[in-house]
Write a protein that binds this ligand. Sequence first.
Ligand code: NI
Length: 167
Amino acid sequence: MYMSDLKILIFPDPKLRKVAKKIDKFDKSLEMLSKNMLKTMYEAEGIGLAATQVDIHIRLVVMDLSEERNEPRVFVNPEYTILDKSPFTYEEGCLSIPGFNEEISRPSKILLKWQDLQGNFHEEKPDGIFTVCAQHEIDHLDGKLFVDYLSPIKRDRIRKKLENRRN
Ligand code: NI
């Protein structure tokens, strides 16, 4: 299972709107999937990838925010609470919305909680881009995309351009 190459869904694919299920089995296939997702993310030159984006609807996220691309991280069942609502603005991109970057404001401080591949619980207060990336990826698991924070006109423009590109 999950051994084949993963294909990244592109907005406005309706499968990107599915809400992912909580993971309760910490087995070999979960480890294989996270490895496969990391490979897919590195090949696409992304910094984060949610399972939703490869049409697997479980709460799994991979990330690498390092310059050298040698610090892979895996987050099982990630969730957060907001510690400081004051906005942090960052120009976000997304492997499911290729070619578009938009400034998005999100809460600047969160408490991130997740499990590792063995099921152990962890928490951390990320800063900077890690805060942004964590919120962006958890949004994916809930069927949300960064374009949802834009005006309907802007979102529609991006949707039309991506649809035209595919045809
Ligand atoms: Ni994304």
